[in-house]
Design a binder for this molecule. Structure first.
Ligand code: TMP
Length: 197
């Protein structure tokens, strides 16, 4: 199984991933936990470029291509080998984030992301948990974690557009994308995810 976890900032992805990982461990299932952008030393360097704010404005197309460069490395070095070994892969964000953030948030055409997925992404998640909460709920939680990264510094409207794309994708692919109400208690959200798995 290849499972991805999605949502806007501060919705509790890390907590849910930890809970699912504990559950798989208790069932004796072999798995890895990884994340995007990142997951390999090179892809983590690209993550640093993308998340650390500095003086130079990153063009949306540059951002998109860096994300897919990191993804190509992550797929070939980590995700594909793990799946080939029979391990489950729990991935904190995957391609849905590119549609949500780069198309919804930044306004890039969906066709650009779709083309990159078709060209460079050979395996897609069989299940995706979308943790949904009103943007202000997540932003308040993310704000408590410390300094905001380059994405977290975006305005409320940006995340409303991101959330709207997640919602549209969940409606279009109801079998794969499971919407979880992230305003509920963490144990309730985890129980729903485990039920689905
Ligand atoms: P996070 O791992 O803390 O959620 O931070 C990763 C950030 O990267 C998050 O703000 C969303 C952004 N991102 C994209 O914009 N597009 C993508 O394809 C991915 C994987 C992440």
């Amino acid at each position: 199984m290849f499972i991805s976890f999605e949502g806007t900032e501060g919705v509790g992805k890390s907590t849910l991933i930890r809970g699912v990982a504990d559950h798989l461990k208790s069932k004796g299932i072999d798995f890895i936990v990884t994340r995007e952008p990142g997951g390999t030393p090179l892809a983590e360097q690209i993550r640093g470029l993308l998340l650390t704010p500095d003086g130079e404005k990153i063009a949306p197309a540059c951002e998109l291509l860096l994300l897919f460069a990191a993804r190509a490395q992550h797929l070939s070095q980590v995700i594909e080998p793990a799946l080939a070994r029979g391990q489950w892969v729990l991935c904190d964000r995957f391609v849905d984030a590119s549609f949500a953030y780069q198309c919804g948030g930044r306004g890039l055409p969906t066709t650009q992301v779709q083309a990159l997925v078709e060209q460079f992404v050979a395996v897609l998640p069989s299940k995706t948990f979308w943790l949904d909460a009103p943007v202000e709920v997540g932003m308040a939680r993310a704000g408590k974690r410390g300094a905001l990264d380059r994405f977290e510094q975006e305005r409320h409207e940006f995340f409303d557009r991101v959330r709207a794309v997640y919602s549209k994708r969940a409606v279009a692919e109801p079998k794969r994308i499971v919407k979880l109400d992230a305003t509920l208690a963490a144990e309730t959200v985890l129980a729903a995810a485990i039920g689905e798995i």
